[in-house]
Design a protein. Structure first.
Length: 340
């Protein structure tokens, strides 16, 4: 079979393949079990292979590329317009095969196993923090049922947990005290695991030049820097900083027509985790910059006079993203703006 382009619809167990030759004639429509995919592709001459970007696509892209093929990952939203009529595995594979040959198609850079591992650390840390917050709220709510009202904040909960361990300090039924101490033990365990993950992120940050350059940007700390460096393996995929900001959903949604621009609210597309980290960092920058005599401070103060605080925060996050793209693309460190 003289296959020049191959579309693969990834799945858990059964993969659908659609191949065409140099003239665009369909020469292959085949289903393969998971364990037979690499053996089949290893017997083919090197060709262009397209896949939808998904949870397992980076692993398969690395494995297939090792066989000598040119592998490209496509966002699923960009494949959908090429699906004809009903949706099924065969139609999806055909659409992928068609989309991967488009000259203006946008592709997702393939992440290395190390970059994926760093992102697993981030997702695990985020999950543990959510669980920690749930336990803190549960302890506070259970204490309120017995008339014990605590102030918000982890430190206040830790203080009252210390008092719970003394039976003479706080009067509670034995069953309630036992349950709350169990939650307290789980809280300590989660805190230790979060600290351990952050140490691993720090170790990776110290050996990543891109992450260290990103940390020089105001509002970007260890967590945001490592997340950005691991999520963007190739900054040249984006033509500009604005395109990078649009990828993260930090630009207005457009509904323009007839030469008239209509801009709506922030699109909130793309990676919600990165966007949240950037907005939180921008909140800190907004508070500090408004009190400084730099150009950024003057710009922030002028925005705060005309716009709501949250809108200004998102604007700062947008500017941070553009700066981050410039540093990643040019390999430079952040240079602070001059004072007025």
């Amino acid at each position: 079979m003289d296959i020049t382009t191959l579309g693969i619809d990834l799945a858990k167990s059964v993969f659908q393949l659609h191949g065409v030759d140099a003239d665009g004639t369909v020469v292959l429509q085949k289903k393969l079990r998971r364990n037979a995919v690499l053996d089949f592709l290893g017997k083919l001459e090197p060709c262009l292979i397209g896949m939808e970007a998904c949870a397992t696509s980076h692993f398969w892209a690395r494995e297939v590329a090792a066989l000598g093929h040119d592998v490209r990952l496509i966002p699923p939203a960009y494949v959908k317009p090429y699906v004809k009529r009903q949706k099924n595995d065969a139609a999806d594979a055909e659409a992928i095969c068609e989309a991967v040959t488009r000259p203006n198609m946008r592709f997702v850079p393939v992440k290395t196993a190390e970059q994926q591992a760093v992102l697993v650390l981030h997702r695990s840390r985020d999950l543990l923090i959510r669980q920690k917050t749930m336990i803190l709220n549960a302890i506070r709510a259970h204490l309120a049922e017995f008339g014990i009202v605590t102030a918000q904040g982890p430190r206040k909960i830790v203080e009252i947990i210390g008092r719970l361990e003394d039976p003479d300090n706080i009067e509670l039924p034995s069953f309630a005290r036992s349950a709350l101490l169990s939650l307290a033990a789980q809280l300590r365990s989660l805190t230790e695991e979060i600290v351990r993950i952050e140490r691993q992120l720090m170790a990776w940050h110290r050996q990543s030049q891109a992450s260290q350059r990103l940390e020089t940007i105001p509002g970007v700390g260890l967590i945001t820097a490592t997340a950005l460096a691991a999520s963007v393996p190739d900054p040249s995929v984006f033509k500009s900083g604005r395109q990078f900001a649009a990828w993260l959903g930090l630009v207005p949604r457009q509904n323009s027509s007839g030469g008239k621009e209509r801009l709506g609210r922030v699109s909130k597309m793309g990676n919600g985790y990165l966007r949240r980290l950037l907005v939180v960092g921008a909140t800190s920058v907004t508070r500090r910059a408004a009190e400084t005599d730099t150009r950024t401070g003057a710009w922030v103060r002028s925005l705060l006079e005309r716009k709501p605080t949250r809108l200004v925060t998102v604007a700062i996050a947008n500017k941070t993203v553009r700066t981050a793209w410039a540093l990643l693309a040019k390999g430079e460190s952040y240079k602070a703006a001059l004072t007025i």
